[in-house]
Design a protein around this ligand. Structure first.
Ligand SMILES: [Zn+2]
Ligand SMILES: [Zn+2]
Length: 321
């Protein structure tokens, strides 16, 4: 039953894909970071970890790798950059002139991630990208963001299938995944000021010795997420908005997701693990489903930023690996 039919029939319990997603259970950090390291006071930020798992999300579900709630009468985005490459065929040639269909990468509904900033009256964020390496400074896929109103799109005809790109780089082709938004507090990793990181390095060593986990493993995250600190693999490189303000981190899509350690969900541990300590590992049947399957270059990350002070919410991206 379609969402509209369900609404018309006055049976909200039938809107099963709009049910609240239960967050994962995450191992609590074994100490209070700010008490143990007072220099980090005020640097904790809420972030929403996405935990993509291979699956079959519907258009009314938050997802990574699609499918998207896309209006059928709106042209699907195509990329005609003259500089993008055709990496799957050898020798590598420049693609063109025909445009390449972009691919669904992220769809997030406000009901699942209410902390996302949305332009007025919008409640769906969609990110697509051209799945070819671009001949720009960083050499990555080229993302584009869209904000929509779910009800408005659902009231019209929804695109059944997006066009398939005639060429792509497998590194930037996600498989369809469900997401499980899970809120945690994280502390800076790459964004920890260099002098502070140096000043604290001995204390970090002591903590690791005492607890068996490093500060970076326990209190910082490098995985697909919304808000918090970008999952930088290289030096931070925050974009500035045209209004002069530094943009806010919108979301990170990273090639790696935790399979073990502090941020691997307790509810995905091997059955029978009675003491889910640091040594326990994820259920092998879950491991294959973890992640969107993109290598993103050398296990890289794509970071999107927005300026929520400007009404049209301009955005920018960064990529590293
Ligand atoms: Zn392109
Ligand atoms: Zn701005």
């Amino acid at each position: 039953m379609s969402v509209l039919a369900a609404v018309a029939g006055g049976a909200p319990d039938l809107i099963t894909d709009k049910e609240r997603i239960m967050p994962h259970r995450i191992r609590p950090v074994p100490f209070d970071v700010e008490s143990l390291i007072p220099e980090l006071a005020g640097l904790g930020r809420e972030t929403t970890l996405l935990y993509p798992r291979s699956g079959e999300p519907g258009v009314h579900a938050s997802s990574i790798g699609g499918p998207l709630l896309w209006p059928a009468d709106e042209p699907w985005p195509l990329c005609a950059e003259p500089g993008h490459w055709r990496p799957l065929r050898t020798p590598t040639e420049v693609v063109g002139p025909e445009p390449v269909a972009m691919v669904p990468v992220v769809q997030l509904y406000a009901r699942d991630v209410p902390e996302l900033p949305f332009p007025s009256a919008m409640d769906v964020l969609q990110v697509v990208w051209c799945p070819l390496i671009h001949d720009d400074e960083v050499g990555s896929a080229l993302p584009k963001a869209y904000w929509r109103n779910e009800q408005t799109v659902a009231a019209g005809r929804v695109l059944p299938e997006p066009p398939v790109p005639y060429e792509c780089d497998e590194d930037f082709m996600p498989r369809p995944c469900t997401v499980t938004p899970t809120r945690v507090v994280e502390f800076p990793h790459g964004d920890l000021p260099v002098d502070l990181a140096q000043a604290l390095s001995q204390r970090f060593d002591e903590i690791e010795e005492a607890l068996g986990f490093s500060y970076y493993e326990m209190a910082t995250t490098v995985q697909s997420k919304v808000g918090g600190y970008p999952g930088w693999l290289q030096e931070p490189d925050w974009p500035d908005c045209r209004c002069g303000r530094r943009m806010d981190h919108l979301l990170s899509i990273t090639a790696t997701e935790p399979v073990e350690g502090c941020w691997s969900p307790l509810d995905e541990q091997e059955p029978g693990s009675s003491d889910p300590g640091p040594g326990t590992t994820t259920d092998p049947t879950v491991v294959d489903a973890i992640g969107h399957g993109m290598d993103m270059g050398d296990l890289g990350g794509m970071y999107l930023f927005v300026c929520s002070a400007c009404p049209d919410m301009p955005y920018a991206h960064r990529y590293d690996c």
